[in-house]
Ligand binder design. Structure first.
Ligand code: GLN
Ligand code: ZN
Length: 771
């Protein structure tokens, strides 16, 4: 084995979509048939090389400092195909087949997609068979390295490690009931060995294997089991002599049992997540890491640059962590990011519309690389050698702490006056539901979840308004027109509780972020959500308050058009936080309470405007669930509390709805019951009402299990919908059941929405007749 030493600083990974979302555009053009395979391949090639060139310019000029964590769609898919875990025994997989795995085609459903650890990135879930061949396709990764080499870059290839890959996979359809993909670890390890041997043969001296599963308590395996699996797999992989040196990385949290297990197998380098949030949750992690690594030959890549968030690092404080490691006996120390920078936008420099003080507080991917470089310089040559960076960091820390943008005394006082701990709306549900009889709703009331199709006309009006060719007034008129049509349609279809359709919202979080004080939004801050999809998360900069009503005019207008009830529509505090970048100077729970109070004022204003039903969406409630089991109860406590604060002062006859998007309630069922909403709508169509069997007496609210899977363009017929309603009635008494789709309709077209909703009302009518 050759011995190019590990670079002095690096990053775990870098955004793949391109600074101007070039990959998104290329993918969508290719899928739509607007460009051919050759053109697509050549754009993807240019995007990769542009990234390498930029990374080098930003300072990652040492050999193997640039991570080649490239993937056309998803890093898990890319690894699974490269090591041959999926894709059958073909030696090659062409682009058409590759995208068919990701997106499905006429004969095959796409692989399931789910959230990558506790981030907002979604990966594709590999489907593992019990005995299928695992045929590595090493050429894929060698091509990546060769392509970079030809352009003058010695990059570090990347694969998700074998333990994580299997822990995140699911049994293929038709496997026996108790099949656990992790039982194929030994075979998969051989495939990794083959890929590593091929890389060594090609002259590659470093590879990165990422094992984030080791920082989480997963349902498929405990922390201890995962550590054992890792010990076995890496014992074998690292025991081979024909391989590159290995950087094992463990992003997204702290290692527990895994730490000793990984140090024992002795990779040449180990990367750990030492971001401030991680250290706050695991206060002696730095000491444990130092103690474990001291006296070994392992290079510790200290992930001190927070890749999860967008705040400029406090370089002095971060340097003290590096020094603690050194003093703790770590001899070979490198600087890195805590996680891949794929979760943050490219660059603050292009955000010229941001207030200058705020811009100085932020650090996106490119700026973070500068911080890693400054820390490495300070570590090796003293802080004077990076004086400018330290001065900038000092200034950012100081001005942010002192800024009125961050601190709003009135908001802080209001939160401080709240009772601590559990809060509850009065009177209790049993009494409220009686008070709500005045609403005069029919048996099995029908409703929708909020949004109606975002038509090309709406999108055009929004774009024209942004570009200045539509005045504010013209824009509002266009949206009102839309609301009127949506109300008319619902009346025509015979729905009971109407919605205004949310045409004014481009995004259910950003809409509120733009109207609340304490948030900023970016112009170009795109982050990959999955495949070609990107989102532009808002940033909570400071204490949050509501300068004026946010939704009341729309609700009032919609209500003025109908004698039926129109639901007010709010996004809940947990979801607003989950889909934004949050503060690092206060716990999330503090921002959650502040947002809740702003929304509570909105609830009051809606009531005053005559709105009697208000929905508070919390589709992200499960998403923020901590990776470590011990941290979950505290999270659920503050999440539930903040939700409850929103409607704490609502009058008993105001009916509060909530909506959640998934059917696997499992770990959070008590918390969902604890939200204490009057009506809860949830996704249920695909699982055919399965989740209803999980509900026990503690779940008192009325419930609307979705009967139409809106993720598919298929229009369900009356018979099928009737059957689902009847299935729901097996577990839910008639007086408590609502009839609605699974989720909002914004991604659907009217061609599907109209017949599907008509069938939904018809099915309800049929069931009511038969009661
Ligand atoms: N009210 C939102 C809508 O209908 C809810 C969206 C969601 O659940 N993600 O679009
Ligand atoms: Zn939903």
């Amino acid at each position: 084995m050759s011995a190019t030493s590990f670079p002095t600083f690096t990053i775990e990974g870098y955004p793949r979509v391109g600074a101007n979302r070039e990959l998104k555009k290329a993918l969508e053009s290719f899928w739509a048939g607007r460009i051919d395979e050759e053109t697509f391949t050549s754009s993807a090639h240019s995007i990769r090389l542009d990234n390498y060139a930029r990374l080098r310019e930003l300072g990652l000029s040492e050999d193997y400092a640039i991570p080649a964590d490239v993937a056309l769609y998803d890093q898990v898919l890319e690894t699974a195909v490269t090591v041959g875990l999926i894709g059958g025994d073909d030696e090659q997989i062409d682009l058409v087949e590759y995208f068919a795995l990701a997106r499905g085609n006429a004969d095959r459903a796409p692989l399931e997609m789910t959230k990558w650890f506790d981030t907002n990135y979604h990966y594709l879930v590999p489907e593992v068979t019990e005995t299928g061949a695992i045929t590595p396709r090493a050429q894929r990764i060698i091509d990546i390295v060769t392509e970079a080499k030809a352009a003058g870059h010695t990059v570090r290839p990347f694969l998700v490690g074998p333990v994580t890959l299997l822990a995140l996979s699911k049994p293929a359809e038709g496997s026996s009931a108790d099949f656990n993909p992790l039982t194929r670890l030994a075979e998969l390890t051989e495939a990794y060995q083959a890929v590593l041997a091929a890389l060594a043969e090609a002259g590659v001296e470093w590879i990165q294997l990422a094992e984030p599963a080791l920082v989480a308590d997963l349902t498929v395996a405990s922390d201890e089991e995962l550590a054992d699996y890792a010990a076995t797999a890496y014992g074998t992989i690292l025991g081979a002599s024909n391989r590159p040196q290995v950087l094992l990385s463990t992003p997204y949290g702290s290692l527990h049992k895994g730490l000793d297990a990984l140090v024992k197998v002795a990779p040449e380098a180990l990367q750990v997540d030492l971001a401030p949030v991680t250290l706050a949750a695991d206060t002696d992690y730095v000491e444990r890491v130092a103690a474990a690594v001291a006296g070994t030959d392992i290079t510790l890549a200290a992930g001190v640059i927070d890749g999860r968030n967008i705040w400029a690092a406090d370089l002095r404080e971060r340097l003290s962590v590096l020094e603690a490691l050194k003093n703790g006996g770590v001899e070979k120390l490198a600087v890195s990011s805590s996680v891949s920078l794929q979760h943050v936008p490219h660059s603050v420099a292009v955000e010229t519309a941001l207030p200058v003080d705020v811009a100085g507080w932020l650090s996106f991917a490119n700026e973070k690389i500068g911080e890693a470089k400054a820390l490495a310089t300070a570590l090796n040559e003293g802080t004077v050698a990076a004086a400018d960076d330290f001065a900038r960091s000092d200034r950012a820390v100081r001005t942010r702490k002192e800024s009125a943008r961050t601190h709003n005394q009135a908001v802080q006082d209001r939160v401080a006056a709240l009772p601590e701990g559990e809060v509850a709306r009065q009177p209790a549900f049993a009494e409220r539901i009686v008070a709500q009889e005045v609403l005069g709703l029919p048996k099995l009331p029908t409703t929708t979840i909020g949004s109606f199709p975002q038509t090309p006309q709406i999108r055009k009006a929004r774009a024209d308004h942004r570009a200045g060719s539509l005045t504010d007034e013209q824009y509002v008129d266009a949206l009102k027109d839309e609301v009127r049509q949506v109300i008319e349609l619902q009346e025509r279809l015979g729905l009971d509780v109407l919605v205004h359709g949310e045409p004014e919202r481009n995004d259910m979080v950003q809409y509120f972020a733009e109207l609340l004080d304490g948030f900023v939004t970016t112009e170009f801050g795109w982050v990959q959500s999955y495949g070609s999809r990107c989102t532009r998360p808002s940033i909570v900069v400071g204490d949050v308050s509501r300068p004026k009503a946010m939704t009341v005019e729309w609700a009032k207008y919609a209500q003025s058009l109908s004698d039926k009830h129109v639901k007010g529509m709010l996004t809940g505090p947990v979801t607003i936080l989950a889909w934004s970048f949050t503060r690092d100077d206060v716990p999330k729970s503090v921002s959650a309470d502040q947002i809740a109070l702003a929304l509570a004022d909105e609830v009051k204003d809606l009531e005053e405007a005559g709105i009697e039903i208000i929905q508070i969406d919390e589709p992200a409630l499960r998403e923020l669930l901590p990776l470590r089991a011990t941290a979950r109860p505290a999270y659920l406590d503050w999440a539930v509390r903040s939700f409850r604060l929103v409607s704490i002062d609502a009058t008993p006859k105001t009916q509060i709805h909530t909506h959640l998007c998934y059917s696997e309630f499992g770990q959070i069922i008590d918390a969902v019951a604890g939200l204490d909403a009057d009506v809860t709508s949830i996704e249920a169509a695909r699982s055919r009402m399965e989740l209803l069997t999980d509900l026990d007496e503690s779940f008192h609210s009325e419930i609307g299990p979705g009967i139409w899977d809106i993720h598919s363009p298929r229009v369900p017929d009356v018979a099928e919908l009737t059957e689902l309603i009847k299935a729901a009635l097996v577990n839910v008494p008639t007086e408590r059941l609502w009839i609605n789709p699974d989720c909002g309709l914004k991604t659907r077209g009217y061609a599907e929405v109209e017949p599907a909703l008509r069938n939904l009302v018809l099915a309800r009518d049929l069931v009511v007749e038969s009661l």
